[in-house]
Structures are given as structure tokens and as C-alpha cells.
Design a binder for this molecule. Structure first.
Ligand code: GLU
Length: 296
């Protein structure tokens, strides 16, 4: 033991909200933004905003600015600079080199179609069939890179309780570098959550099964792991999750109070009715004072 070294210092709470600029924010995004922000403030911590703009084919021009404008109109006050993933490709490339050096990833020559045809159904899509896991078959060229998904990952979700995932069976070897040369979401998210010293990731329940692969990558990167909490998911009247893909209604920047009030009610916080007719500032003051995650 180093003389004079005490127990490790607790890290300052840092939360984040990380929208993808594939369209405007919707009610489900507001729930995730509010939950992550109010949790961070309850702990006297920082709350950061990151724009996950690593998928140009799915992005909508102007969406990143529109998202930031909406957050401002809704009274969110991020700490520090906004992080844009598109500007951090060197960091992802460096992390990928580290993963290669550990043999935690392999080059893959399979097309998406082949994976869909040969893979088994998993919890979150298709499980990679393993074709290139032990080396590219003769005549094949690397198109993507995948992480080896072995073993079980367990974590204690702040809102859902203990979660256990059989990585090989439920997730499978997952992409870290896509065929278009951009990093895949799991790699970029893991690298950035570590680089931004995020201590708590609060996000929607639809991303619950993204946590095991991201924790696996953080283990390989020898990083301090954040804690995770997955919020209940807002569904549309057909029982589908609200998403930009199924055209969830965008938030209306001209009526922030009503929508924040609705999101707080969705999160079981019971704000007084009168506050739905008041100011954004009054509603935030109430929320800061009364936010209680035990009600979720
Ligand atoms: N950018 C991802 C999304 O909008 C979420 C990232 C995250 O919270 O980890 O679905």
C-alpha cells in the first residue's frame, strides 16, 4: 500500500443526456432528459449533454441544433461544453487499437444480410453466428470489427434492481466499427462515458440491454464504471415505444410547461395541477425540491 494513501475518494456525481440527432426530441426523450438531470441535481452533481452524431445516414440536417434549442426552451442547463461524438473519432480509434491489442475484438467480413440469415434470435436483435470469430474465412475481407461477447454481465440497476445478461446467448459478438468506417454506438458511448467521467447513466428502459456490452468494453478499457438506471418507457397508444422511427410527435417548443408537467406525472412525481399553468422556472423549482426516484 502507498504510505499515506487513504481509501479512494468518492467521485463527484456526473450524469448525462445523449440524444441522437435523427430527429426532434419527443416525449420519451423529455422523460430521459428530466430523469437524468433531476437525479444529477439531487446529488448536487453535474449534468452533461452529448450529441451522438455518428450515423450520418440516419441524421436529419439541423436536428442537433433543434435539440439543443428545445432543451434550452424547456429550461435545461447543461454543465460544460456540449460533446459532439462526430468530433471524437480519434478517441474511438485509439480505444479500438487498445481492444485489438487485447484480442477483445475481431475483424468481420460478414454482410448484414448474412448475419440476419445465419444468426439466432437474441434479446435485442440477431446474435452473430460466429463466422469470423476465429479469423476471416479465406477470400474474405474485413468489413467491420466486432467485440467478442463472452461470459455473463451483472449489474445493479438503480431503478430496475439486479440485471444479469448472458452476453454470448442474448447479445452476441457486437459491432464496434461499422462498414461505413464510423464507430458503432456501444464503442462511442462507452469511450465517452469514461472520458467524461460519467458516474451515473440514467436513460430509457429501451437501452437496458445496451448496458452489458458497454460494461464489457469498459472492463477492457480498464475504466471506472458508472452506475446505470433505466427509466420506465413512454409508449404510444399502440403500445410501441416512442421513437423518431415511428414518428413520435416532436416536443412543442412553445408549450414547455405542460409537457414537463406531463413528463413529471409520467415519472410518478405528482406535480400540483396549478403548476401546469405557471412558469418553467416555478415547475423546475418544484421538481428540484420534490424529485423522488423511489416513486418510479
Ligand atoms: N444516443 C442514444 C439514443 O438516442 C442514447 C445514448 C445513451 O443514452 O446511451 O438512443
Amino acid at each position: 500500500m502507498t504510505p499515506g494513501a487513504g481509501p479512494p475518494k468518492p467521485r463527484r456525481y456526473r450524469g448525462r443526456f445523449a440524444p441522437s440527432p435523427t430527429g426532434p426530441l419527443h416525449f420519451g426523450s423529455l422523460v430521459a432528459a428530466l430523469g437524468s438531470c433531476l437525479e444529477a441535481r439531487r446529488h448536487g452533481g453535474d449534468w452533461l449533454v452529448r450529441i451522438d452524431d455518428i450515423d450520418p445516414a440516419r441524421e436529419q440536417p439541423g436536428a442537433a441544433d433543434a435539440i439543443l434549442r428545445t432543451l434550452e426552451r424547456f429550461g435545461f442547463e447543461p454543465d460544460g461544453e456540449i460533446v459532439y461524438q462526430s468530433r471524437r473519432r480519434a478517441a474511438y480509434a485509439e480505444a479500438l487499437d487498445g481492444l485489438r491489442a487485447r484480442d477483445a475484438v475481431f475483424a468481420c467480413g460478414c454482410t448484414r444480410k448474412e448475419v440476419l440469415r445465419l444468426g439466432a434470435p437474441g434479446a435485442n436483435g440477431v446474435v452473430y453466428p460466429g463466422t469470423c470469430r476465429n479469423g476471416l474465412p479465406p477470400g474474405r475481407e474485413a468489413r467491420t470489427w466486432r467485440a467478442r461477447a463472452d461470459g455473463h454481465i451483472r449489474f445493479d440497476d438503480a431503478f430496475q434492481g439486479p440485471v444479469e445478461c448472458d452476453l454470448a446467448g442474448e447479445v452476441g459478438d457486437f459491432l464496434v466499427l461499422r462498414a461505413d468506417g464510423w464507430p458503432a454506438y456501444h464503442l462511442a458511448a462507452a469511450v465517452d462515458d469514461v472520458a467524461s467521467r460519467i458516474t451515473h447513466v440514467v436513460r430509457g428502459h429501451d437501452l437496458l440491454l445496451c448496458t452489458p456490452p458497454q460494461l464489457l468494453l469498459m472492463t477492457h478499457l480498464d475504466a471506472a464504471m458508472p452506475r446505470y438506471g433505466h427509466l420506465p418507457l413512454a409508449l404510444n397508444s399502440d403500445g410501441q415505444k416512442l421513437s423518431k422511427q415511428n414518428h413520435a410527435a416532436p416536443l412543442d417548443d412553445t408549450r414547455p410547461v405542460r409537457q414537463i408537467h406531463d413528463a413529471l406525472r409520467f415519472l410518478q412525481q405528482n406535480p400540483p395541477d396549478a403548476l401546469a399553468r405557471g412558469s418553467v422556472g416555478d415547475l423546475w423549482d418544484w421538481a428540484h425540491m420534490h424529485w423522488d426516484p423511489a416513486r418510479l
